[in-house]
Write a protein that binds this ligand. Structure first.
Ligand SMILES: Nc1nc2c(ncn2[C@@H]2O[C@H](COP(=O)(O)OP(=O)(O)OP(=O)(O)O)[C@@H](O)[C@H]2O)c(=O)[nH]1
Length: 346
């Protein structure tokens, strides 16, 4: 988390904490306090009362607590430390000076000190209480405090590390899943959906600038003959090999995707129709000159087009498809460039 984000989070959680204290201890307002809670509150008592409460149970605990001592508590925040656990969870360890007497298990108990450990979670646009642990530290016979603040802070540091580790692992898993969902497993290339998104982004930003983007649609010729003659696995190998041939010969700024079946789509930014045609010819040659170990030559056909004013992504793709169709009709193993309506033979 960036330092500026951390500062902003600390401030927002601190405000939520102060509002919670004021509502709970000074105002003793059960309804308002209930509104500051999250959907589940953990802890929320001291010692034996600690549990996980749903909203109705939490409301009951709050009302009981306030009905037992309706008078405002005099308190002063001595220290309050906010520790962000991740972007939407934060822990507050606080030391509160307090003057009051409560009835605990039939006995009057004079309070002068309250230690709080609270967890707030950002839910529906507000930091809401999710966990509350309160303790009234007693002085041990040796004069040492039973729960010194340093011990609470040490525990918070351990908790923070553990939550961050878990959060990072979850983020990494989520990003990995997203990557897998948009990658073609056979070739390792981005899939059609990802390329489609990229094209929409590119085309929207380019506004039909001439020479700003070219698109090449590539289709392996007679892939069905490889599948039928040598089996699906041989067809798969051909697909992966062609993907590698293409990948090895394009610029880092170009984007190559598996478009479906035996087809690939290549998007080349800062490339006009002529440059794209040269590239397509070089790629055609590279495929035709490769020995795929099939016992017969393998070729591919290419449809090329370039961005023009007023283009949409579907329009651009349709022109590349038209080029590819023309290339297949012209006998395959060839390149056809389509600029708007006219076809420039390759
Ligand atoms: N091995 C393999 N074959 C695939 C895969 N996806 C599609 N195919 C096959 O690729 C072939 C593509 O067919 P078409 O593009 O219509 O025709 P083609 O045989 O390549 O001949 P052209 O007219 O030259 O395109 C079909 O036989 C599909 O079953 C795949 O992931 N692996």
């Amino acid at each position: 988390m960036e330092q500026a984000d951390r500062n902003q989070l600390n401030e927002a959680v601190n405000q939520a904490f102060l509002r919670y204290l004021d509502t709970w201890l000074r105002k003793r307002d059960a309804a308002a306090l209930h509104d500051l809670n999250g959907p589940l509150v953990h802890g929320f008592g001291t010692g034996a009362n600690e549990s996980v409460y749903d909203p109705d149970e939490a409301r009951e605990v709050i009302e009981r607590d306030i009905s037992q001592v309706p008078e405002p508590f005099e308190y002063a925040v001595r220290t309050a430390k906010v520790t962000p656990l991740c972007t939407d969870v934060a822990l507050v360890a606080a030391d509160i000076g307090i003057r009051n007497t409560i009835l605990a298990q039939g006995q009057e108990l004079a309070l002068d000190h309250l230690r709080l450990t609270l967890v707030f979670r950002y839910i529906d646009g507000a930091w809401r209480l999710e966990h509350l642990h309160g303790s009234f530290p007693a002085t041990e016979p040796d004069g040492e405090e039973a729960w010194p603040l340093q011990a609470l802070e040490d525990r918070a540091a351990v908790l923070q590390r553990k939550v961050w580790e878990r959060y990072r692992a979850q983020e990494a898993a989520r990003q990995c899943e997203e990557g897998q969902a948009s990658t073609d497993a056979l070739t390792g290339l981005p899939n059609r959906e990802r390329m489609d998104e990229l094209l929409h982004r590119e085309v929207a930003g380019l506004n039909g600038q001439s020479g700003a983007l070219a698109v090449i649609l590539i289709d392996i010729d007679h892939l069905n003959l490889v599948n039928e003659g040598l089996g699906q696995e041989a067809g798969d190998r051909v697909l992966a090999d062609v993907a590698n041939i293409l990948r090895d010969r394009i610029r880092v700024t170009d984007a190559l995707a598996r478009w479906g079946g035996g087809a690939f789509l290549l998007a080349c930014p800062m490339t006009d129709g002529l440059e794209a045609e040269y590239l397509a010819r070089a790629l055609r040659r590279a495929v035709a000159e490769t020995d795929f170990g099939l016992g017969f030559p393998l070729t591919a056909s290419f449809g090329v087009t370039a961005l023009q004013a007023g283009d949409t992504v579907p329009g651009l793709i349709r022109r590349a498809e038209r080029g590819l169709r023309q290339a297949k009709e012209a006998g395959r193993d060839t390149v056809q460039v389509v600029c708007r309506e006219e076809i420039v033979p390759g």
